[in-house]
Design a protein around this ligand. Structure first.
Ligand SMILES: Cc1ncc(COP(=O)(O)O)c(C=O)c1O
Length: 391
């Protein structure tokens, strides 16, 4: 192996480069027509009413939290296995953050985990709960919507892994259409389904949320309907941020969005290949839940049955790395991080089980047959060498 096989990677074509090149020659590098164009096409793709770009997936979450007016002492529930952004931002805004346990095999919060979290922590009223489609599946959309209605709270979907995935068994019921949530957030970090370098999108069907977010994205300034008549940025409604995405990034996003079906299809084919080649190792490795609704396969997360192996997950990571394969753990449980640290892990049996055994192995549209085969043979070799011999 000459270079490391990453676990994820962007796909950039000549056309993407040409698009950005052209965009850089335009008068407006930011706040130009490219922004609206990307947002409009994104809305058409996921079939939501409003899409709002921002400069990262983290900013997309921040805007969603501002839309629902998250404030001091509001209660937020976040899955224990998650990227840290949702918990960080909620805490920065002064909210009380509680973590819910997750399923031990998918790392995703189940409806029953959410209800258990409320009971365990004696919580009666919450402002919002996050769902996170770990790996690229959306599970339990309908069930979470029922809970939201019962609790009279908001749902924000952190769908940074799931652009291109389906919510349910229904055709074209795409993640981001906000049929089952108030707001959905996406990231366009290079490893995600499509990329703008850095970037994000928040989708919603609520005009009020959209208008609030648009202002927070631009320092809190009121939208001016007729730019020529009014002095730009005159009226400040909120103390906001600059979370704007540039025009050339939006045009790159647009160029990438045109190929999204192809990207997701390729990821699905690679996932099928892993299923075909690794399913016979079921005594040692649990593969992701294949029978769920169409997935974006942002990650291919396998679970090692450590009970049947004489090796730890971390040692496996080292061997793979030495062989030229970069893998990753998604994620370090949020409650193990210093600002959220909780000593008592009893509330998180599922998350602890998952965290110690999970591993994201390479999956991205340009992963070659040669390289995926190398990943498969290396994993098989590790299992063969370290499997416990049955007594
Ligand atoms: C689940 C999840 N949420 C939020 C984010 C934050 O996105 P960004 O890196 O674009 O800020 C990421 C990105 O890694 C993510 O995977």
């Amino acid at each position: 192996m000459t270079s490391l096989i990453p676990y994820g990677k962007q796909t950039i074509t000549k056309n993407d480069i040409l698009t950005v090149n052209k965009a850089l020659k335009k008068n407006l590098l930011t706040t130009g027509p490219g922004v609206r164009l990307f947002e409009n096409e994104f809305s058409k793709y996921v079939k939501c009413k409003y899409s709002l770009t921002s400069n990262s997936g983290t900013s997309a979450i921040l805007l969603a939290l501002k839309a629902i007016n998250l404030k001091k002492n509001d209660i937020v529930i976040v899955p224990a296995i998650n990227f840290i952004a949702a918990a960080n931002l909620s805490k920065i805004l002064g909210a009380k953050v509680y973590f819910s346990d997750v399923d031990k095999l998918t790392g995703q919060m189940k409806p029953s985990d959410l209800l258990k979290c409320l009971k365990l922590n004696k919580i009666r009223k919450i402002k919002v709960f996050f769902t996170m489609h770990n790996g690229g599946f959306n599970n339990y959309a309908r069930e979470f919507l029922k809970i939201k209605r019962k609790l009279k709270c908001f749902i924000i979907e952190d769908a940074c892994h799931a652009l291109g995935a389906n919510n349910t068994e229904k055709k074209n019921d795409l993640v981001g259409n906000c049929k089952y949530s108030d707001l959905t957030t996406f990231s366009f970090h290079p490893l995600k389904t499509i990329t703008t370098g850095e970037g994000g999108m928040t989708t919603t069907n609520n005009l009020n949320f959209y208008n609030i977010m648009k202002q927070y994205r631009n320092h809190g300034f009121a939208e001016t309907k007729n730019e020529k008549k009014s002095i730009r940025g005159h009226k400040l409604n909120y103390c906001g941020y600059n979370l704007r995405l540039t025009d050339f990034q939006c045009l790159l996003g647009l160029s990438q969005l045109k190929r999204i079906n192809n990207f997701v299809l390729k990821r699905n084919k690679l996932a099928d290949y892993y299923f075909k080649k690794l399913s016979h190792l079921s005594d040692y490795i649990i593969l992701p839940n294949q029978n769920k609704f169409y997935s974006a396969w942002h990650l291919f997360i396998i679970i090692f049955k450590l009970e049947n192996l004489r090796i730890s997950r971390d040692k496996i990571i080292k061997i793979l790395f030495k062989s030229g394969i970069k893998t990753q753990v998604h994620y370090f449980p949020n409650y193990r991080q210093k600002p959220f640290f909780q000593k008592n892990k009893k509330k998180f049996i599922g998350a602890e089980f998952y965290f110690k055994r999970c591993l994201s192995i390479p999956i991205f549209p340009e992963l070659s047959t040669k390289n995926i085969n190398f990943v498969i043979t290396t994993i098989k070799m590790i299992v063969k060498k370290y499997k416990k011999i049955p007594k």
